[in-house]
Design a binder for this molecule. Structure first.
Ligand code: FES
Ligand SMILES: [Fe+2]
Length: 333
């Protein structure tokens, strides 16, 4: 098993509209995406069969993708439907990859052979929820991105004032590894949530905070305060070994504020992501220059588990086969 055996987000459904041609790199494979005449997403190597024209620089009309070089045309299933210099189309066909569509994302699976399903986006289309989706390219590995997305201690220094203020408050958490998933439940968090506190917790109620990493590439952060819910779900797709395209969904249920929160969440969410992009790009520069071992403190146990699951994926093993374990940690933020 490797990343290539799992369903990876290739594009948002709305971005791959009829007539769109999208170039993507997933697990170092250059892909072209378009919709065939039925609207089915087609993902194929970004390489014309004729003489290696770049298909993603072409155009698509009525489900037919045209190579920008000599105009070979590709239709349903990647079949060549026209060769301008010939009478007939010939028996040619692009070696297409498996695609599927779920919860507003188009997924591609490069390698078959393992039973897997795309991640079900939590509360997708649920009533009373608002959502915003952001796409960002991080100059770092899937592992270090996922680690960052469920890392609590960095929020104080990387996102000062936005997320949390440093208060040296003790936080307790249980950390469990089971069936390819790391699940962290925090105890003792109250109103120390920076600007989120205003919308999420005006009355200072107890905070329920659960973070999950689901191998190979999903992180899910969930805050529940009374009836209010705030969720951040990220799908980290490896473009290359050190570059990751991240699809982030921010979703919320905030009672009467729900319909008005989108512009605010989009701006603040992107601000937070930009701060993480900078710190992660710098981290990758340092690692590229001089890789070294990490030191794990008690708060880093979460990351040690994520690294172990990712290492299993990268070694071609099944991360769900790792032994289950459970521990309690405490740290200060
Ligand atoms: S290279 Fe694509 S049509 Fe010739
Ligand atoms: Fe962050």
């Amino acid at each position: 098993m490797s990343d290539a055996h799992y369903w990876m987000v290739a594009a948002e459904s709305r971005a791959l509209h009829a007539g769109a041609v999208i170039g993507r790199r997933i697990c170092n494979v250059a892909l072209v995406l378009y919709r065939d005449p039925d609207g089915t997403p087609i993902a194929a190597p970004d390489r014309c069969l004729h003489r290696c024209g770049k298909l993603s620089a072409g155009t698509a009309r009525r489900g037919v993708l045209k190579c920008p070089y000599h105009g070979w045309a590709y239709g349903a299933g990647g079949r060549v439907v026209a060769i301008p210099s010939e009478d007939a189309a010939g028996p040619f066909r692009l070696p297409v990859y498996e695609t599927c569509e779920r919860d507003g994302y188009v997924y591609v699976r490069l390698d078959r052979g393992v039973e897997s399903a795309p991640f079900a986006m939590p509360h997708y289309r649920a009533r009373g929820f608002g959502r915003v989706r952001l796409v960002n390219v991080f100059e770092n590995t899937v592992t270090n991105c996922a680690e960052n997305f469920v890392d609590v201690p960095h929020t104080v220094s990387v996102h000062p004032g936005i997320f949390r203020q440093a208060r040296a408050e003790k936080i307790n958490a249980t950390v469990a590894v089971e069936r390819g998933e790391v699940r962290v439940e925090y105890f003792g968090e109250r109103t120390n949530l920076g600007w989120f506190a205003f919308a999420l917790n005006p009355r200072g109620l107890p905070v329920r905070h659960i973070d999950r990493f689901i191998a190979p590439n999903i992180t899910h952060v969930r805050y529940e305060i009374g009836r209010s819910v705030f969720l951040i779900t990220s799908q980290s797709v490896p473009e290359t070994a050190t570059r990751t395209r991240v699809h982030t969904e921010l979703a919320w249920r905030l009672g009467a504020l729900t319909p008005f929160a989108a512009p605010f969440v989009r701006i603040q969410g992107q601000r937070v992501i930009d701060q993480d992009k900078r710190v992660l790009a710098d981290q990758m520069d340092v690692i590229a220059d001089r890789p070294g071992p990490f030191i794990d403190t008690s708060a880093d146990l979460i990351h040690a588990h994520i690294h172990a699951l990712r290492a299993a994926v990268e070694a071609g093993e099944d991360p769900a086969a790792l032994p289950s374990q459970r521990s309690n940690i405490e740290f200060y933020v």
